[in-house]
Design a protein around this ligand. Sequence first.
Ligand code: ADP
Ligand code: 5GP
Length: 231
Amino acid sequence: MASSPVTNSQKPVFVVTGPSGAGKGTLISLLLPRFDVLRAAVSATTRPPRPDERAGVDYHFQKRTQFLEGVGAGKFLEYAEYVGDLYGTLKDEVEKVLKSGKHVLLDIEVEGARQVRDQYPYPGSVSIFILPSDPRVLLERLHQRKSESIEQIRWRLDRAEYELQQSTLFDRWIRNDDLDRAVAEVVSIADDARGGGRAREKKDFEWITNYGRGLQAEAQRLYDELHQQKG
Ligand code: ADP
Ligand code: 5GP
């Protein structure tokens, strides 16, 4: 699926991944203005724009045929199907960032993050998996964002169960509860990228294991709600 590495640059690619609603976008929007060395690569997607989104800034919005032509032409560093739409990182976008002398920061779902990790093993890339501590909060955040219908939220929650199972693939895990603290943790991970090992403690593994059960309960609750609504 993923094609050959786009660059020989020594700069690690920073990848923020995790389920929808975890706060990846929010975290990145705080990091970018504070750290001039970081730049986001604008992804391509077949998903329609949300009302507040701008083409070429938030995403390159593409028709499915255009996206698949790009895949065929080797234009993507990685891509994945996510709840019915295609999302991918364009090599051109990554090159643009690297040529400007900055580090690339990617906000991508776990399949794409896995592809980047396979092409640039740690410390060539540093993948950070983020989640709020409590699965109920993940659901609350998805509701509060008001960008998806309940059905779409349910779909994203189902996907989150799978994403959680993949979490052990990634280099670091961050609990995104207090935003400032989460930002500070990303910064310390980035500073440490050339040296440190994988700092995951036993309690983190217990947390992730229980999280899956919590998510299943939330998905069931939402399913019941949808059923009641439909009568
Ligand atoms: P993602 O990009 O992972 O799908 P978002 O960044 O869109 O998630 O965050 C989902 C919602 O949660 C948004 O409404 C955002 O404002 C909110 N949010 C994100 N992080 C926090 C946090 N640490 N505390 C409270 N709300 C948060
Ligand atoms: P959203 O529709 O909420 O903008 O994004 C849905 C998911 O797609 C999020 O988890 C986001 O991180 C992911 N995503 C955004 N851009 C890319 C990309 O270029 N590649 C991959 N694999 N996932 C992406």
